[in-house]
Design a protein around this ligand. Structure first.
Ligand SMILES: Nc1ncnc2c1ncn2[C@@H]1O[C@H](COP(=O)(O)OP(=O)(O)OP(=O)(O)O)[C@@H](O)[C@H]1O
Length: 313
């Protein structure tokens, strides 16, 4: 049984604006799933439907094997959703916030203590337990917000841009915590993000959404394989030689594009495996100093731009 199974989901707003257009998707239980798309692609509309805030116009959604429309209560009690704005109470301490949340879900004293301890450990919050939330940084508040949403023992956690605005360190510690939620608690995580690096590092599966349609869904590794990009990178010894080498490389009939980044030349060829040896021999024959030559994988950024079709727009 999948955690989510969505078929031909369509949402047309009252002003006839179509936000989801026969959108299909499946999310496996226990995975971290990232939804990526430009502004207006339909991400928020989709999360709002999945978390029962919005009714779809057409299509079916099954969550944990149950039809969304006829099982709202079951679904609400098995999911949690953390929006971009934090919903912690600044006037209470961290522990009081968690207890308050546990109280809302009707947890008994023992269960409340056990769950609070478990989440404080996973989210690395023990140093702040008795601190008033107003004194905590934005990153810690965000961690607390997600920990609070986990007090209800949800099976699926929806996160809208969980690391937006965070510095690199806080973002990386959030990734570690989300991975722990997955591995230690077995929770399925469905998140939206604009950060491709985040989707790459964190997710088991990525879906690109555009104009309310599922453009492609696969693992980060397979998405990289699918792309037709064949890139070879040469690192020159001296940055002054890069332009000269670029001119020479462009004379090769299988070289389609060369871009320069400091001492590196990124060369697009027809077939990276096939042309690597020839290019290596050729560069050596020029006697221009270089430090290394390697076949490079495309970044998810490149794949995203290719798939979404925004390169050069
Ligand atoms: N309440 C609404 N009424 C009418 N149109 C809406 C409404 N909410 C969203 N839309 C439109 O539906 C489309 C999808 O919007 P949505 O907010 O779901 O996209 P998004 O991918 O979440 O974008 P962002 O990253 O900017 O939040 C957009 O064209 C948007 O203008």
């Amino acid at each position: 049984m999948d955690a989510l199974s969505i078929r031909k989901l369509t949402k047309i707003y009252a002003d006839k604006k179509s936000a989801l257009n026969e959108f299909d998707l499946s999310v496996k239980q226990g995975e971290i799933f990232s939804l990526l798309g430009s502004n207006g692609a339909g991400k928020t509309t989709l999360i709002n439907i999945l978390t029962t805030f919005l009714k779809p116009t057409l299509g079916t959604v099954q969550i944990l094997g149950k039809d969304l429309e006829s099982n709202m209560q079951f679904i609400r009690s098995n999911i949690a959703c953390v929006a971009q704005h934090v919903s912690t109470d600044d006037n209470l301490t961290l522990a009081e916030n968690m207890r308050f949340q546990g109280g809302l879900y009707g947890l008994g004293k023992a269960k409340m203590k056990e769950r609070t301890n478990q989440l404080v450990e996973i989210f690395n919050l023990s140093d702040y337990i008795d601190k008033k939330v107003e004194t905590l940084s934005g990153g810690i508040k965000r961690r607390l917000d997600i920990a609070m949403s986990m007090m209800s023992y949800p099976k699926i956690l929806f996160l809208d841009e969980p690391t937006v605005g965070m510095d690199v360190q806080s973002r990386q510690s959030m990734w570690r915590m989300l991975s722990k939620i997955k591995s230690e608690l077995g929770v399925t995580i469905f998140l939206t993000t604009h950060y491709l690096e985040e989707a790459d590092m964190l997710s088991d599966t990525i879906c690109f959404i555009k104009d309310g349609k599922n453009i492609i869904q696969n693992t980060p590794a397979n998405l990289k394989k699918f792309t037709r990009k064949n890139m070879i990178q040469i690192t020159m010894t001296d940055s002054q030689d890069t332009e000269r080498m670029k001119e020479l490389l462009l004379q090769k009939d299988y070289v389609t594009e060369v871009s320069v980044d400091d001492r590196s030349l990124n060369i697009q060829v027809e077939h990276s495996q096939q042309h690597f040896f020839d290019l290596n021999t050729y560069v050596l024959s020029t006697r221009i100093g270089f430090e290394g030559i390697e076949i490079t994988e495309p970044t998810l950024d490149e794949i995203f731009l290719d798939i979404i079709g925004e390169r050069g727009n």
